[in-house]
Design a protein around this ligand. Structure first.
Ligand SMILES: C[S@@+](CC[C@H](N)C(=O)[O-])C[C@H]1O[C@@H](n2cnc3c(N)ncnc32)[C@H](O)[C@@H]1O
Length: 446
């Protein structure tokens, strides 16, 4: 059955904005229906046009701000009204992070019936050039005879025609026109759907997905681009395991970032998970270690450990650290990073941490044992199964790093029911100008 889209009212309307929704949209009411107004702030009067209509709410986008919030600013990005990459460019960073803190506290109260004993000050950093990891869409638009490179527009599947991206690492965000021209110059310019960006401290990589084989001429153009810009070029003809480095031909497939406070060099492949914002990552690690307080004689469990971003810093102090992660590739990367840095008091295991845990501590689940402390950093879906069984690890202290306050709050409620008290919580501005909320919570058992 085809569902016909409801016809939207064509005239713009005037809205009084009462509050801000969790994802950063102004909330208003009209004829008993809730309106979510993109780009509007509490206390403002705006004119807005309809972009979507649902049974219980309508979605609108600001056209004109008639009375403005004192923290409204001119967006740093000229494309912010159209581009779906950011949603909060119109308000200063202080307001953004305070809003994220209230989102966290609301969720904890709402879903977990919890209030942290202490709310710690947010970790904040630069609002520009912070993003070291991104998937850029590519699409050829015949009408413009141009290959667009960027993020999707809001409320559509089209790519936004951008010339720069201020939040992206400067070596890529400042080179969008060159990147568009490069793609357009390749023979298969209509069959290149995406470019992954992944930056280490010294080298930034572009992973170009191409559906058709590249010609010798294409390869020469890509190599010349790499030589001119210093960007490393990787090619991806099929799935993620087909990614191979084209240039520079230095035999170095991996990128790296330094964690100098712990005398660590962390290597990663451009397709690996890494924290998006390097500066906030370093400060997040410092805070996590301060809260966890690893001691010389302790054994610590690091769940969803990835390439060892928390595991290895903790291992600099603790007696032994066990990292558990879903991806076998990341387990290998964790071991490789441990070896590279001469860290021998760690072990890594692969396990699907969303499945119920084995009922008994069998030898084949060697990591299922007791620990002094636990750190966990799950994906957006959270760690419900683990939270339900947390007591089996016998830990006195848990540090939970979260990229989704809703699942953190749910899991915090489960932990609280097992006697873990929520001591502290706070937000970190890992993704300025977007509505993403990264946070950290400390739990302790008496
Ligand atoms: C938010 S990342 C954190 C990674 C790491 N702690 C870091 O700081 O780089 C979440 C990690 O969970 C892993 N993961 C996702 N789903 C999983 C699952 N079901 N079981 C185990 N690990 C999973 C991902 O591979 C990823 O490395």
């Amino acid at each position: 059955m085809s569902r016909r889209r409801k016809k939207l009212p064509q005239e713009s309307i005037t809205c009084e904005i009462e509050s801000l929704s969790h994802e950063g949209r102004g909330v208003s009411q009209k004829d008993g229906k809730t309106l979510f107004v993109e780009g509007a702030l509490p206390g403002e009067t705006v004119t807005a046009r309809y972009v979507n209509s649902r049974r219980s709410y309508d979605e609108l986008a600001v056209e004109e701000v008639l009375t403005q919030h004192p923290q409204r600013i001119e967006p740093d990005c000229q494309f912010s009204k159209l581009c779906g990459g950011c949603s909060m460019q119109h308000v200063d960073l202080g307001f953004q992070i305070n809003h994220k803190e209230s989102v966290l506290l609301d969720h904890l109260r709402h879903f977990g019936d919890l209030k942290p004993e202490q709310v710690v000050p947010p970790l904040v950093g630069a609002g520009r050039g912070y993003r070291t990891k991104a998937r850029l869409g590519v699409r050829y638009v015949a009408k413009r005879d141009e290959a667009l490179v960027g993020f999707r527009e809001r409320y559509s599947n089209f790519l936004t025609a951008i010339d720069e991206c201020p939040i992206l690492i400067e070596s890529v965000g400042g080179r969008i026109p060159e990147l568009k021209a490069l793609i357009r110059s390749l023979s298969g310019y209509q069959r290149i759907p995406q470019i992954e960006v992944a930056a280490g401290d010294d080298v930034c990589a572009l992973v170009i997905r191409h559906m058709d084989p590249l010609t010798e001429d294409d390869l020469q153009k890509l190599i010349a681009f790499s030589e001119q810009t210093g960007l490393a070029i990787y090619l991806q003809p099929k799935g993620p395991d087909t990614v191979a480095k084209l240039w520079p031909k230095d035999g170095q497939e991996l990128l790296s970032y330094q964690l100098s406070d712990y005398d660590l060099t962390m290597q990663f492949h451009p397709m690996d998970f890494t924290q998006v914002n390097r500066d906030i990552n370093r400060r997040m690690l410092a805070q996590a270690l301060e809260w966890l307080q690893p001691q010389a004689g302790e054994t610590i469990l690091d769940l969803f450990c990835g390439l060892g971003n928390f595991t290895l810093p903790i291992a600099r102090t603790a007696a032994h650290v066990v990292g558990v992660e879903g991806s076998e590739d990341m387990v290998r990367r964790g071991y490789a990073n441990a070896e590279l840095n001469g860290v021998s008091n760690v072990e890594f295991h692969a396990a699907d941490l969303h499945l119920p845990l084995a009922p008994v501590n069998e030898a084949k689940h060697a990591w299922l044992r007791t620990y002094d402390k636990v750190l966990l950093d799950p994906p957006r879906s959270g760690a419900e199964e683990l939270a339900k069984q947390m007591t089996r690890f016998g830990a006195k202290r848990i540090v939970y790093v979260s990229c989704n306050p809703a699942t953190l709050a749910r899991d915090a409620g489960i932990l609280a029911a097992q006697g873990y008290k929520l001591i502290k919580a706070g937000v970190m501005d890992m993704f300025p100008h977007t509505a993403h909320v990264e946070s950290m919570a400390l739990f302790e058992k008496a």
